[in-house]
Design a protein around this ligand. Structure first.
Ligand SMILES: Cc1cc2nc3c(=O)[nH]c(=O)nc-3n(C[C@H](O)[C@H](O)[C@H](O)COP(=O)(O)OP(=O)(O)OC[C@H]3O[C@@H](n4cnc5c(N)ncnc54)[C@H](O)[C@@H]3O)c2cc1C
Length: 393
């Protein structure tokens, strides 16, 4: 039987980073993944170009029941560190917006880079290979796999969350956590489009494809990005971002949307008070025309501005600045970018990701209750937590 220093289960972003880090420190490492293809989440990320980090990343860009947990690992492996690695491999990149860094050509470059790092670190790699069980064996662990049993001093669980099951996501990490008595913050789909009731869809469903810049907020999250109408409700970066906060707050709070962020709507209406233009035409100067028409029709405001009463105009101004919508749910794990919740970080060391109740067991990446905003933060957490465990095993 093989005897190793560490077995890393899950060869995604966090697992590859961890295995390479440990291997380069001279540790004997085995990386095991059940899925036939390597790094599928990386391949499909960022529209195929992988938004691999965000230069502005701080612990404030993450949701968790234990918000300070991620500070230590993020401070010790920063976006600059990952950029240095990308540069070392000659991968061209660019900043798209808001500090988000993408590959110039393809996300595959990041997968190739991590594979090369693992190769250089002499990481042994079994993929595809099912992991059947993980059990205690003396001070270490015995892991039963489809290719035989292996012994190791440490086990690192890097099997991710529940998003996009068709490319290999499983609840493996939560099962291992339960087996070793670690608490779990209930997982939920996050960074996910929101769905609405038939009444909302009857009013706005045919705006599918229309997008506008808004400021969306919910339960402490506030994001000025674009919103997209869809056949099933609302999506776009602003909505994906607030979806995580909506889920964290229990999925019953309204989402507040400022449809004209930065505009003093009352002053604008006052300046146009005598206008003979329809309100919808006035709004169409700053909002998509189809949306402006729907919005006015839904409120019976299909009149010239000059003919609208003061109260009606004041109400319209208030509602444009604070359109409150009540989602009925989300489009679920198939459409989510990330899983909110996961292994409770209060069970883990923030320096090493090791479980206090199970010495030698480490949990990293999306499997843990640390969920980034949209924009490269989730990969930064995968790199940083993978690095932290890789330096400790
Ligand atoms: C469509 C999409 C786009 C995204 N775009 C971005 C982006 O541009 N920027 C960003 O920062 N984040 C993005 N994300 C989020 C990001 O991909 C994840 O947060 C990140 O991949 C998590 O890394 P991880 O290593 O923890 O898990 P994963 O990358 O999910 O890797 C987990 C690995 O474990 C393996 N595994 C699962 N179960 C088992 C098991 N039972 N036995 C063995 N192996 C198992 C899987 O096959 C997989 O290889 C995106 C997500 C999606 C779905």
């Amino acid at each position: 039987m093989k005897a190793l220093d560490a077995i890393v289960i899950g060869a995604g972003a966090a697992g590859m980073m961890c295995a390479a880090t440990a291997g380069l420190r001279g540790r004997r490492v085995l990386l095991v993944d059940h899925y036939p293809k390597v790094g599928e989440k990386i391949r499909i990320s960022g529209g195929g170009r992988c938004n691999f980090t965000n230069i502005h990343a701080t612990h404030r860009d993450f949701l968790s029941a234990n918000p300070d947990f991620c500070r230590s690992a993020l401070a010790r492996y920063t976006p600059r560190d990952f950029i240095a690695l990308v540069d070392k491999h000659g991968i061209a990149w660019h900043e798209k917006t808001l500090g988000q860094l993408f590959c110039d050509d393809s996300a595959r470059r990041i997968i190739d880079m991590l594979r090369a790092e693992c190769g250089q670190a002499d990481v042994e790699w079994w993929q595809p290979c099912d992991v059947r069980s993980v059990g205690r064996h003396g001070e270490g662990f015995l892991v039963e796999t489809a290719r035989g049993a292996v012994e190791a001093r440490s086990v690192v669980v890097a099997t991710g969350g529940l998003t996009v099951p068709k490319i290999g996501a499983t609840p493996f990490a939560y099962r291992i956590a339960e087996q070793f008595g670690l608490a779990i913050v209930p997982p939920k789909p996050a960074l996910v489009p929101l769905s609405f009731d038939p009444d909302f869809l009857a009013r706005y469903g045919d705006l599918a494809g229309v997008s506008l810049e808004v400021e969306a907020r919910c339960a402490g999250g506030r994001f000025r990005e674009s919103l997209l109408f869809t056949h099933r409700g609302l999506s776009g970066p602003a909505i994906l971002q607030v979806s995580s906060y909506w889920q964290q707050a229990g999925a019953h709070e309204p989402v507040h949307i400022d449809l004209l962020p930065g505009v003093d709507i009352a002053a604008w209406f006052a300046a146009e008070r005598r206008s003979r233009a329809l309100l919808a035409s006035l709004l169409a100067e700053r909002l998509p025309k189809r949306f402006a028409q729907h919005w006015c029709t839904a409120r019976g405001l299909e009149l010239p501005v000059a003919q609208l009463g003061d109260a009606a105009l004041a109400n319209a101004a208030r509602e444009l600045a604070d359109w409150q919508v009540r989602p009925t749910g989300t489009l679920g794990y198939n459409k989510a970018e990330v899983t909110l919740g996961g292994v409770d970080t209060r069970e883990l060391s923030s320096k090493t990701m090791e479980a206090a109740k199970a010495k030698g067991l480490y949990i990293i990446g999306e499997a843990v209750d640390v969920t980034g905003h949209l924009g490269g933060f989730n990969f930064q957490w995968a790199w940083a937590s993978g690095r932290a465990a890789g330096e400790a095993v």
